[in-house]
Design a binder for this molecule. Sequence first.
Ligand code: UD1
Ligand code: CA
Length: 456
Amino acid sequence: MYSCAVILAAGEGKRMKSTTPKVLHKACGKEMINHVIDTLRESGIDDVDIIIGNGAEQVKKNTMSRNVSYSLQEKQLGTGHAVKCAKDFLQGKKGIVAIFTGDAPLITPDTVKRLIAFHKEKNYKGTILTSIVENPYGYGRVIREENGEVRKIVEHKDCSIEELKLNEINAGMYCFDIDALLGSLNNLSNNNAQEEYYLTDVIEILKAKGEKLGAIPIPFEETMGVNSRVQLAEVEQIMRRRINHKHMDNGVTILDPNNTYIETDVLIGNDTIIYPGNVIEGKTIIKENCVLYPNCRIKDTTIECGVTIQESVILESHIGDNTTVGPFAYIRPESVIGKSVRVGDFVEIKKSTIGDHTKVSHLTYIGDAEVGENCNFGCGTVVVNYDGKKKYKTIVGDNVFIGCNTNLVSPVKVNDNSYIAAGSTITEEVPKDALAIARAKQVNKEGWVTKKALKK
Ligand code: UD1
Ligand code: CA
């Protein structure tokens, strides 16, 4: 049977106190609404329409890549009115429509699949997801018949004293027969406490027509919506726990899952060990047998097998097998570091390639450079890549030994197997197999201190 989905995302989200539309706030690195879209797609629903209103252009821009359609709700007159705005999307379609909200990103593909399968199997016209909670304050209450069938949903503000005592709440997630839903939307009225057109009233309308309706209770966790920054943090914590559990199930050791921050799309190989305080972002891939000691930030980077990293920041780069990084290294975008390389303490590398087995052990800056294999950078080497106007390129061949406190003034080339004396400022090409010395010769003035009467 054909199925499609509508996501409600036109509301303002006042309590977020943000210039960003609520559904675009991120949980574990991905916008809440994109979590919902991806979950629906994973459940096998391809056709997804989003009801936009507040921040419509921003929401469109940030969901465009997912190939969804949009319906505009100019004025937010209620959830029922919002679905009505998707009429053009729904009209003429035969099958079922799932309705979700863009601010409840913890719903899982398994639950969506279960909702749709249950709805089809029972041949219901409408099925809702519910949750049994201790404190139902603020939610719509589910009123059931004696035989368990759903009779209606009453919003908190419209509840009688008896209804307020019920603790099965409406999760705000549904599945409807498209024709039955479209046939009911016109009968909605806003004669209620909030003067809104409630989607929840569709249940009572279908019931009055003699249609059958169902409800599935699910864990409250999956229904949690975000209305404030505090709730965003609560949702993010649950999502983070799920992500960390997935990696641990895949064979990754995470010493303290409560203090490890791995974004949604990150991939990690088995037998990698992650210490607390690591922040792993974007499209990062970390392969097998790596060790991330505490407090690294790694973004959009591929890290090959057996790499060890301590307290470092690595952005948009590639790190080869068995390389060690840090402590306190900063590897900036577009850097490609080879195999078994050592990038030591207080080393910054920017937009450079470093060949296999090269050592850059301490206090060094390498920018816009191509460095070969088996080189050794002495402590305090600086690639002088910028003259105040333009950036230039430095090329270092294989097996080069660079003495401490060397400046390589770009553009410059240092050829294979050469040595540079400590303290040199290299401005001209160093030939193959040569020793370059580019510093003033030492002069000792014997007895100078006595002569000047400076002796203490
Ligand atoms: C809704 C349900 C309530 C349920 C609760 C679960 C109704 C009438 N009530 O209440 O039974 O327990 O969700 O969280 O549906 N939206 C629009 N356009 C509008 C109004 C809302 O797009 O005109 C969107 C909002 O952006 C939001 C979603 O619909 O994503 C829900 O709206 P909200 O006002 O938060 O409904 P609740 O009062 O929470
Ligand atoms: Ca809500």
